[in-house]
Design a binder for this molecule. Structure first.
Ligand SMILES: C[S@@+](CC[C@H](N)C(=O)[O-])C[C@H]1O[C@@H](n2cnc3c(N)ncnc32)[C@H](O)[C@@H]1O
Length: 260
């Protein structure tokens, strides 16, 4: 992917587009993804504009991370910079819960959550890229984890069961949604009444966070986008070195229909 000022990734990053350069795999992935997105909905921009990169409420929507660069998601230094176990501790995940890991990648968070929800709980690991899901499933088999269900989503629908999710987690994902309102509307429908939706995003206000700008988000931008989608901010956690953590719950007085 394109966080990409990090030390020695196993591949070369494009200075302009930010995708890893694996010659044929990356080209093929780009063509397939472009065709998929183009066929999913008419038009190319979530805010209705026709020129330039896709935008939503002034923000450039980041390109989807290529599965060709998925090893980057397992980089060892991630434990220090993103503290996955401390993050999950803070989210108070209990045995028996149903947790949706939306944009699960290769399952970096899914297997950690699986241990916390236990045999009575389940993890619904949603991805838009089959190649990511294949690697996620292999990882779960390797770890003999049986309470993770992989789900192939689309750019507008995570295909989650309605009113069934206690916690929907998106780590470094929301900024890639090509159709944010459609996705968040569906995720909202999947939540139980007291369900929580958590966004973890690299801090856009902090130039010291070595991430490309379109892969970061400011507090102001996240609230500008998410609050009108029928949520209120329950709390924001800022103990992670590089990321904001936003915990949202349903705002029952505000339930707009998606327009993208
Ligand atoms: C930067 S990766 C993060 C993966 C994982 N959350 C992690 O922290 O290791 C973002 C992932 O979101 C996925 N993604 C982007 N848009 C999506 C959508 N609309 N539905 C499901 N997954 C999506 C991408 O395919 C990619 O694997």
């Amino acid at each position: 992917m394109r966080l990409r000022l990090l030390p020695a990734p196993p591949f070369r990053f494009s200075p302009a587009g930010g995708h890893p350069k694996h010659p044929f795999a990356t080209l093929l992935f780009s063509l397939v993804l472009t065709a998929t997105l183009a066929s999913a909905l008419p038009g190319t921009h979530s805010d209705g504009s026709a020129q330039g990169p896709p935008r939503y409420k002034g923000r450039i929507i980041a390109p989807v991370m290529s599965a060709a660069g998925a090893d980057w998601l397992n980089r060892p230094e991630r434990e220090q910079t993103e503290m996955p176990d401390r993050l999950l501790d803070a989210l108070q995940i209990e045995p028996g819960m149903t947790v949706a890991d939306v944009g699960a990648g290769i399952g970096y968070f899914s297997w950690r959550i699986a241990g916390r929800v236990g045999a009575e709980g389940r993890v619904l690991a949603v991805e838009i890229q089959p190649a990511m899901l294949e690697r996620l499933e292999a990882e779960m088999r390797k770890r003999d984890i049986r309470n993770v269900r992989s789900i192939l989503g689309t750019p507008v629908d995570p295909n989650l069961p309605a009113r069934s999710v206690d916690l929907a987690l998106m780590v470094d994902v929301y900024h890639e949604f090509r159709h944010p309102e459609a996705m968040i509307s569906r995720i909202r429908q999947s939540l139980k009444d007291d369900g929580r939706m958590v966004l973890v995003e690299y801090r856009g206000e902090d130039p010291a966070v070595p991430i490309r700008p379109e892969h970061k988000m400011t507090v102001q931008q996240v609230l500008l986008e998410i609050l009108p989608m029928g949520f209120r901010l329950q709390s924001r956690l800022d103990f992670l070195p590089w990321q904001h953590v936003f915990i949202f719950v349903k705002d029952s007085g505000n339930r707009p229909a998606p327009s993208n």
